[in-house]
Design a protein around this ligand. Structure first.
Ligand code: APR
Ligand code: PHB
Length: 389
């Protein structure tokens, strides 16, 4: 088989890149190691910046997003007994849309299927060859058969554990990482959200986040030690702990119910540089991870593939390699901006066991600064709604 761009991974990064390329007539094939149902079974964050909404508009995959997505003009920040609303609309004139990443993935998959663009699900042993040369190719196993795709470029959109980043020699790639000493225990439930807006809380018992998927579906998170096991958390224990990490008025409005999903995810900041090695380009979680505090993961994946798709379009349509040459540098600029913000929000809002009293004092002083300074609020709003693309 031959294609122009072989895309590894059918998460939001790979699927969006595929749509952007197909729209311009650039041939592409996606290889995904899991089944489509498995990919759709993963519950991920759900806050879209306007750059992501615009990208979905551009490929005509935003109809359901505009019908069902919930525009949010602000968030509530709570620090012990203080709370403050960050009003994005007033501060910076922008907002975000709450719409689950799973739904974005579902919409992109449906669009791809409707066009009949090739995707191999359950493709195993995906291996990249000759990525530094002019004739790269990808081999994989599909339904017991060995297959080969010859291509011009390979887009590594295969997430943090994928094969693409690992195909770059160790002496070329540099990795920067911070692993946080806690995780998030998440619950999805068909209950009315406790508030119209998201509530991020720092409490002595640890961080909590109240999020949502719709007017009748909630998503809640609790900071837990990395050693915690999900089996130890009955629904009752979860609701009890969450209500203790909310301010009294919010706790009174908390509607509880059976959990539809419950899982623990570790928190990590990670960046690999550069994003290009010969004919291989990394995008999305394959290249970087952010802790979820600030909901930047999906949005960064979207901005990476926008830069990458435009680079390929410039190469094929205008016969100009500038975009390809500049991809890594351009994408990394926005990536480090989002890394900084996610690290800042994580550090501000979580309880670190090993903290000394001075660090606790600094965290409180930082929150007081946010309460008292419209400039500080503006900076938070500017980052939350998404840095310029
Ligand atoms: N071969 C083929 N596919 C693979 C391989 C492999 N060796 N390894 C991983 N994959 C697939 C995974 O099964 C997954 O479906 O690549 C896909 C990567 O998707 P995501 O992990 O969703 O990553 P990405 O598309 O970059 O989306 C980033 O997703 O993880 C969240 O927080 C993250 O919101 C962010 C967004
Ligand atoms: C979510 O809804 O899952 C969510 C929202 C905001 C975050 C993280 C996760 O910062």
């Amino acid at each position: 088989m031959k294609t122009q761009v072989a895309i590894i991974g059918a998460g939001p990064a790979g699927l969006l890149l595929g749509e952007l390329l197909t729209k311009e007539g650039i041939d592409n094939i996606i290889l995904e190691q899991r089944s489509a149902d498995y990919v759709l079974g993963r519950i991920r964050a759900g806050v879209l910046e306007s750059v992501t909404v615009d990208a979905l508009d551009r490929v005509g995959v935003s109809q359901r997003l505009h019908q069902e997505g919930l525009p949010h003009d602000g968030i509530e920040l709570v620090f012990e007994d203080m709370h403050h609303r960050i009003d994005f609309k007033k501060l910076i004139g922008k907002s975000v849309v709450v719409y689950g990443q799973t739904e974005v993935t579902r919409d992109l998959m449906a669009a791809r299927q409707a066009k009949g663009t090739t995707t191999y699900y359950e493709a195993t042993e995906v291996t990249l060859h000759n990525i530094k040369e002019n004739d790269p190719y990808v081999t994989f196993m599909y339904q017991g058969q060995s297959m080969t795709i010859y291509c011009d470029f390979i887009a590594g959109c295969d997430g943090f554990h994928g094969v693409s980043r690992k195909s770059i020699p160790d002496n070329v790639i540099k990795e920067y990482e911070r692993v946080y000493p806690f995780g998030w225990l998440g619950v999805l439930s068909d209950t009315k959200p406790v508030s119209d807006e998201l509530i991020y809380s720092y409490t002595e018992r640890g961080f909590s986040l109240c999020s949502q998927r719709s007017a009748t579906r909630s998503r809640y998170y609790l900071q837990v030690p990395l050693t915690e096991k999900v089996e130890n958390w009955s629904d009752e224990r979860f609701w009890d702990e969450l209500s203790q990490r909310l301010y009294p008025e919010a706790a009174r409005h908390l509607e509880t119910g059976e959990s539809l999903e419950k899982s623990i995810a570790p928190l990590r900041s990670f960046v690999s540089e550069p994003l290009r090695y010969g004919h291989l380009f990394l995008a999305g979680d394959a290249a970087h991870i952010v802790p979820p505090t600030g909901a930047k993961g999906l949005n960064l994946a979207a901005s990476d593939v926008l830069y990458l798709a435009d680079a390929f379009i410039q190469h094929y349509v205008e016969k100009d390699a500038t975009g390809i040459e500049e991809y890594s540098q351009k994408a990394l600029k926005r990536i480090w901006g989002a890394e900084r913000f996610s690290w800042y929000m994580t550090t501000l809002l979580h309880h670190f066991d090993q903290d000394d009293v001075f660090t606790d004092k600094m965290r409180r002083a930082e929150f007081m600064h946010l309460l008292n300074s419209e400039y500080a609020q503006l900076s938070l709003a500017e980052n939350y709604v998404g840095l310029p693309y």
